[in-house]
Each structure stands twice: as structure tokens, then as C-alpha cells.
Write a protein that binds this ligand. Structure first.
Ligand SMILES: Nc1ncnc2c1ncn2[C@@H]1O[C@H](COP(=O)(O)OP(=O)(O)O)[C@@H](O)[C@H]1O
Ligand SMILES: [Mg+2]
Length: 250
């Protein structure tokens, strides 16, 4: 029988020397909607998220054991090409990662590197991705202009467009609005709600009202351990959440 989970995480343990960052995490992330990771700063949310597309192994000095399956295939198997995997599992970070190049070059960076589209289709792909990221109308007349001149909120949507241009199967987002003002945060939240009907999203947020607005299910992490997971309302109401968020309790 095919497993309906998007990600199946089993016994995932990450250590730096003797310091545990994640301790034997077992979690199934379903194949639809927005799934959130919440927990206090330092709980291991980013570490867990980056283990889902093998970005974590680019950090030197970490040992990663256990298993992560994506659509029933083990992603740490020797035959898996991490770059191809990272294109299927797109990621958006806390701070927009912008190259000192044009808006067009930024949006096409991933697709060009992967070589997945013929040259003649690149411009259409850029337009499609910029429209999906609700940025097209603001940049269509200055595609050759520097991306560094965009506001930080626009830069974050440009990063989203760059990821969407690769047509990922899922989007990982690590506190994607924490550097943004209220207006840009609302724009990204609207996009999350819109995009989730096409591809699932795994979102790290320290903002509980945002988790409540966006996520169907949540996992609560505390000191490298998965404390609980379930429907958003249940996790947000659980006594374990308050205990976790009280300093020095977890
Ligand atoms: N490369 C690293 N080497 C050693 N410790 C790390 C490294 N990256 C993160 N940590 C530590 O691991 C813990 C979890 O980090 P992180 O996953 O970034 O937490 P969160 O995203 O929940 O704030 C923190 O205590 C952090 O200091
Ligand atoms: Mg983090």
C-alpha cells in the first residue's frame, strides 16, 4: 500500500560532537495543506526543516542518523542527488537570499542551473513564477534592473518566485516573515494560503497567531525533542505548549 505521508521521519537524530540538536524524532507530515513547526528559539525547528531537503549536511561538523522518506523514498540513500532533491523540495529562508544581479537572473537562477527548461521557455517561466509570487505587476517593467533595489518584502517574494520557477513538489519555509513588516507579512501569508492548494508547505514559525492562521497541523519541538503533534487548535491549547515556552522548562 502506498504511504499517504509526504515525509516520514524515523529516529532522526542530529548531533554536533556530543551536543544533541535533534533527538530521535519520529513524525509523519501529511501530503496536503500547511504543516507547522513551532517551539522556542533553539528548539531545533530549523535543523529539522533543513533535514527534509538535505540542506543540513552542508553544515560541517553535524552527524545525521535515522531516516527521512519523501514520498516513500529514503532521501539519504546513496543514489539520491541532493541538488535534484533540493529543487523538488524548495526552501524559503528568514532573510531573502538575493544575488547582486537582475530580477530576471535571480528568478531564473535555479531553473537555469538545473537545465530543466529550453532557453526559449525561460522568459515565460520567469513571468509565471513572478505572477505566482504576486510580484509580476511590481517588476514587469524592470526585469533587467538590479534585484538589490527591491524592498525586503519584494525580495522575499522574488525568492519565492525563484523557488516556484523550479516547480517544486513541496515548499519549506523557515520563519519567512520574521524580517518583514506587517504589510509584507500579510502578502506572504496570503501566498502561503493560496499556494498550499497546489503544493504542500512545511512552515517554521515562532508566531503562534500566524501558526493558527496558516497551519492545519502543528508539531511542537522543545530542546531537540518532538513534544507533540496534531491539529493546530489541539497543539495550541495543550498545556505542553505553555511549559515549552516558559524559559528553562524544556
Ligand atoms: N551548526 C551547529 N553546530 C552546533 N550547534 C548548532 C548548529 N546549528 C544550530 N545549533 C544549535 O542547535 C540548536 C537548535 O538550533 P535551530 O535548529 O537553529 O533552532 P530553532 O530553529 O528552533 O531556533 C540550538 O541550540 C543551536 O544553537
Ligand atoms: Mg530557526
Amino acid at each position: 500500500m502506498t504511504d499517504p505521508s509526504l515525509f516520514q521521519i524515523r529516529g532522526l537524530t542530529v548531533t554536533s560532537g556530543v551536543l544533541p540538536l535533534l533527538q530521535s524524532v519520529n513524525l509523519d507530515i501529511p501530503a496536503g495543506g500547511v504543516f507547522g513547526f513551532i517551539g522556542p528559539s533553539g528548539a531545533g525547528k530549523s535543523t529539522l526543516l533543513k533535514s527534509l531537503n538535505r540542506l543540513l549536511e552542508l553544515t560541517p561538523g553535524l552527524s545525521i542518523t535515522g531516516e527521512v522518506k519523501f514520498k516513500a523514498s529514503p532521501i539519504y540513500a546513496p543514489a539520491v542527488d541532493p541538488n535534484a532533491l533540493r529543487a523538488r523540495i524548495g526552501m524559503l529562508f528568514q532573510q531573502p537570499v538575493i544575488f547582486p544581479a537582475s530580477i530576471l537572473a535571480n528568478v531564473l537562477f535555479g531553473v537555469k542551473r538545473l537545465g530543466i527548461l529550453p532557453r526559449r521557455e525561460l522568459h515565460d517561466a520567469a513571468e509565471r513564477a513572478l505572477r505566482e509570487a504576486a510580484l509580476w505587476d511590481e517588476v514587469k517593467d524592470r526585469l533587467k534592473g538590479s534585484a538589490l533595489n527591491l524592498s525586503i518584502g519584494q525580495q522575499q517574494r522574488l525568492c519565492l518566485a525563484r523557488t516556484l520557477a523550479c516547480q517544486p513538489d513541496v515548499l519549506l519555509m523557515d520563519e519567512p516573515t520574521s524580517a518583514l513588516d506587517n504589510r509584507s507579512t500579510a502578502a506572504i501569508e496570503d501566498l502561503v494560503l493560496e499556494l498550499q492548494s497546489r503544493q504542500p508547505i512545511v512552515l517554521v514559525t515562532h508566531n503562534l497567531p500566524q501558526a493558527s492562521r496558516l497551519c492545519g497541523r502543528l508539531a511542537l519541538l522543545c530542546a531537540g525533542r518532538l513534544v507533540m503533534f496534531g491539529p493546530t487548535a489541539e497543539v495550541l491549547d495543550a498545556p505542553a505548549l505553555e511549559q515549552c515556552l516558559t524559559p528553562s522548562s524544556c
